[in-house]
Design a protein around this ligand. Structure first.
Ligand SMILES: C[S@@+](CC[C@H](N)C(=O)[O-])C[C@H]1O[C@@H](n2cnc3c(N)ncnc32)[C@H](O)[C@@H]1O
Length: 307
């Protein structure tokens, strides 16, 4: 079986999130092709994992890959925020939670849902193609102004107004190649010659909107932390600054020793590594798509009553 995604920060996640006691259970809240889970299950023979993914298709690949680990791996298909808020009966709280946000290289290369501007595919972009509007539907529904605001808010694209104008002038767009071409035409020539394809940010912004990634993140973090055992650890990997800011601020708030968290003497969590963890030169050389990754890890405090 061929896997296209290389897990990011493999050593850091193992070091920081590997089990510290026997019989631990981890939740891999963004299983993908199962690269991280494979590494953890191989390294720690006593560990059990629950692997969650919103995308059934990619989860089926992980199911095949992780078969040799038998009942040490179990699966949940759906959004991890839903799992954490209503876990299946008799699921014990987790010792460790790993959240590796965004989409997999699989989606860009083999997803066939228009995630990549380098392929000509139906413009869908849904991780769960059974729910919610596709990217094509979204482009249809939004006004020019709403589309420009969305592209700017989700990706900081400076040419969002020109891009939105060009897209809305086109009528219904069904293919990723057509969208990439329209964005290319909309931007000034100098931007076309830049280091990145000019449609990079527009595609990112649309994918984030279609899958409600930024709206869903605060509730995902809150619910995951509530599901974590006291003393347990949670690690979150982000790939762009908007996501990372949400994670950083959430952990900072949870770490505060304020009267708003009266049952915790020292704040709800302790941050491990103040600035988080980024891939080294070697990892970026071997896996260029890891270059923007950042891992933030917290340990949940054991409750101590204030005196
Ligand atoms: C970056 S990939 C994970 C790669 C994985 N760690 C590996 O090593 O193969 C993110 C995966 O999480 C899924 N995903 C993203 N957000 C999710 C969420 N909130 N709930 C469930 N699945 C999610 C995506 O479908 C994708 O397969």
């Amino acid at each position: 079986m061929d896997f296209v995604h290389t897990p990011v920060l493999p050593e850091e996640t193992i070091q920081l999130l590997g089990p510290r006691r026997n019989g631990e259970c981890m939740v891999d809240a963004t299983l993908g092709e199962g690269g991280h889970s494979f590494a953890f299950l191989s390294r720690f023979p006593d560990l059990k994992i629950i692997g969650i993914d919103a995308d059934r298709e990619i989860q089926n690949i992980a199911r095949e890959r992780l078969k040799p680990f038998g009942d040490r791996i179990s699966f949940y298909t759906g959004w991890s925020q839903d799992f954490f808020s209503k876990p299946p009966p008799e699921t014990a709280p987790a010792d460790t939670i790993l959240i590796d946000l965004g989409i997999s290289q699989y989606h860009y290369q083999k997803g066939r849902r228009g995630f990549s501007f380098t392929q000509d595919e139906p413009l869908d972009m849904r991780l769960n193609p059974e729910a919610g509007p596709s990217a094509a539907d979204l482009l249809d529904r939004l006004s020019e102004r709403e589309l420009a605001d969305l592209i700017y808010a989700n990706s900081d694209e400076g040419y969002s107004r020109r891009i939105a104008r060009r897209i809305k002038a086109q009528g219904r767009i069904r293919s990723s190649a057509v969208l990439a071409d329209l964005v290319f035409q909309a931007v000034p020539p100098a931007y076309r010659r830049g280091p990145r394809h000019p449609a990079t940010k527009t595609f990112l912004a649309l994918r984030i909107a279609v899958n409600r990634e930024l709206e869903g993140l605060p509730s995902l973090l809150e619910r995951a932390l509530a599901f974590l055992k006291p003393g347990g650890r949670m690690g979150v990997i982000t790939f762009h600054s908007l996501e990372d800011r949400i994670v950083k601020n959430f952990f900072r708030e949870q770490g505060k020793n304020t009267p708003d968290a009266p049952i915790y003497k020292e704040g709800i969590v302790n941050l491990l590594g103040r600035k988080g963890f980024a891939p080294g030169i070697e990892e970026v050389r071997n896996n260029p798509s890891s270059r923007s990754a950042r891992l933030r890890v917290v340990e949940k405090n054991v409750r101590k009553e204030r005196q």
